[in-house]
Write a protein that binds this ligand. Structure first.
Ligand code: ATP
Ligand code: MG
Length: 592
């Protein structure tokens, strides 16, 4: 673990990793962009965020989004959103819609919305060019045979028996693949590179496969689909991407990326772009450069689409937007803000060092954002009635509270105050532990903003449980009165029981109970490490001004934590609040 989980505030440009060569806005990628501008190589960067629409975006993706869109913003460039939709069997319009929503929610807008599938005819023409150059061939080996011929890390591969087919035969077979003459898997188009290469990605990699599956954009037009490396590199070239930013696992693919870009050379072969130009798209083609950076990993969660898909599919969570999920839809519903995720991206920085960011860094980013930007309200989650016996039964007052202790621009609100209140059950102790500062029988406590009360009587039911407290309000201690500053040990929050709204509070916590749920030792999987206490629902009360919240509005419930009005279920007459994050890091205490 490279980050210190005990810190809740990091300097603005601190990094998640002390070994990182560069941090925050000074990272090595931005340095490359600066150098390219200085040398006149690129006036303005063109970047892209290229998700495959086969799942929902997660917190890790927000790092790539902030990097690509951030660089475009900072250096006067542009960033495209491109769907790398070359695998129709796994892709779905539901995912496309969610990705569009998520990127906009993070506050970014794309220069152009593109799809790899927009370029299928360009890829096809490019493949014919490779065949004509003798750089690609049609191979009849089955998938298993291809694997067997590929060799291993220590042994070179063997050439396919079809490697020396003539250009004419290759062209004929490839056209027939395209015409749908052959069954799925019967043939592939492969690059002719080097079966002895130390880099297995260069051992005559597959460029096209036969797959008679309908595509969400192109329907049944294509029985063959391009492979990722081929489609991705050419898409970057077509869009004139200057800095193709991707995660470190693609480092070994870079030679293939460059091979595809150089051999096809779209930038100098305008004929390949004819289908796009005919559709009115401008020719922006240029040679791109791939640059890799380390992924964002966070402990106490999993961030692979496959695993997230399993959690949803097996009903271990309540869907993709379950507030415990690391999906952007999930953490958004949990109450995470776009600003908190941008802050996270800035604090973990960009480097080539793999590391795991502590979950508490994520939480600290949210606290810092909400501390500054969330209005304060009062809520009681585990209510205990407190009756002020020295107020008249029909006593009714309105007290005024600042919405934010440090920022007057948040304005003020009014809170009713009468004879009967709800206070938090845990703010009362019949037999107080050592150091207790809150309410005890016969003791005093300050009611936030209202005055000092004493507990005179503890009412219990037949089972001996405390069901009500009765006490008196010291009139001299009211705000503005001479005794208002009288010292008492504790201050507690409250709501007026006659006006408060009953509310549901969903208390979320980390989805996994161990730091590395991906640890598969002892035959366990991440499924075995789900935190049984990751969700609890309680009913309590909120002051009237909180019930009026708009869906997705965040508050600090004083002394309790940061909450958000649930974007699906909250209604003013049936409030539902999700706990986004506690006021302090409770996991450190558990760990310590
Ligand atoms: P997963 O591995 O979770 O299934 P993926 O990498 O297959 O995700 P893509 O849709 O291909 O998902 O990702 C789109 C972009 O987001 C890629 O450029 C990828 O490198 C980047 N990305 C994905 N996960 C992370 C992460 N954890 N941190 C930073 N960038 C990421
Ligand atoms: Mg991927």
């Amino acid at each position: 673990m490279s980050t210190d989980p005990g810190r809740t505030r990091l300097p603005a440009h601190d990094s998640g990793n002390p070994d990182a060569p560069a941090t925050g806005r000074q990272d090595f990628v931005r340095q490359i962009v600066r150098d390219d501008r200085a040398s006149g190589r690129h006036a303005a960067p063109r970047t892209r965020f290229p998700p495959e629409p086969n799942g929902y975006l997660h917190i890790g993706h927000s790092k790539a989004i902030c990097l690509n869109f951030g660089i475009a913003e900072e250096f006067g460039g542009t960033c495209n959103l491109r769907f790398d939709d070359t695998n129709p069997a796994r892709e779905d319009p539901e995912f496309v819609q969610a990705i569009l929503d998520d990127v906009r929610w993070l506050g970014f807008d794309w220069a152009e919305l593109r799809h790899a599938s927009d370029y299928f005819d360009v890829f096809y023409r490019s493949a014919e060019k490779l065949i004509a150059q003798g750089d690609a061939f049609v191979c009849d080996l089955s998938a298993e045979e291809v694997r067997a011929y590929r060799g291993t890390l220590t042994e070179p591969g063997r050439n396919s028996p079809d490697r020396d087919r003539s250009v004419e035969e290759n062209l004929d077979l490839f056209r027939r693949m395209r015409a749908g003459e052959f069954a799925d898997g019967a043939r592939t188009l492969r690059a002719k590179i080097d079966m002895a290469s130390g880099n297995i990605n260069l051992r005559d990699p597959t460029l096209y496969r036969i797959k008679k599956v309908a595509h969400q954009n192109t329907g049944d037009a294509w029985p063959i689909y391009p492979m990722y490396d081929y489609a991705h590199s050419l898409s970057d070239a077509i869009e004139g991407i200057t800095h193709s930013l991707c995660t470190l696992e693609f480092e070994d693919h870079r030679p293939l990326y460059d091979w595809c870009v150089d051999k096809v050379d779209i930038a100098h072969t305008p004929a390949l772009l004819a289908p796009l130009l005919a559709r009115g798209l401008p020719n922006q083609a240029a040679k791109p450069r791939q640059i890799e950076f380390s992924r964002l990993n966070i402990n106490y969660t999993v961030m692979s689409k496959r695993k997230l898909m399993t959690l949803v599919g097996e009903g271990l969570v309540d869907g993709w937007d379950d507030p415990r999920m690391p999906t952007l839809q999930g953490i958004r519903r949990r109450g995470y803000t776009p600003a908190s995720l941008r802050l996270l991206a800035e604090r973990v920085g960009i480097s080539k060092q793999n590391s795991v960011t502590d979950f508490s860094i994520l939480e600290a980013c949210l606290r810092d954002d909400l501390d500054a930007h969330a209005p304060r309200r009062m809520a009681v989650l585990d209510p205990l009635k407190f009756v002020l016996t020295n107020l008249a039964d029909d006593h009714a007052e309105t007290l005024t509270f600042a919405n934010h202790p440090k920022d007057e621009s948040f304005g003020k609100r009014e809170m009713p105050f009468s004879r009967e209140l709800w206070i938090e059950r845990e703010d009362f102790a019949e037999v107080p532990p050592k150091g207790w500062k809150r309410l005890v029988p016969g003791g005093d406590v300050r009611l936030r903003g209202a005055g000092i009360v004493r507990c005179d009587e503890v009412v219990k039911n037949a089972a001996g449980e405390v069901v009500e407290l009765r006490g008196t309000l010291d009139p001299e201690s009211r705000p503005g009165m001479p005794g208002a500053d009288r010292k008492v040990k504790g201050t507690i929050h409250w709501v007026d029981s006659r006006h408060a709204m009953e509310a549901e509070f969903r208390l979320y916590d980390r989805l996994f109970s161990i730091a590395d749920p991906d640890d598969e030792s002892e035959g366990k999987t991440y499924r075995d490490h789900l935190n049984p206490d990751s969700r609890r629902s309680v009913r309590g009360y909120v002051e009237p001004a909180a019930a009026q919240a708009a869906p997705e509005q965040s508050f600090q419930f004083e002394r309790i934590g940061y909450f958000v009005a649930d974007r699906r279920d909250h209604r003013a007459d049936a409030p539902v609040f999700n706990r986004s994050v506690t006021l302090r890091d409770t996991w450190m205490q558990k760990a310590g």
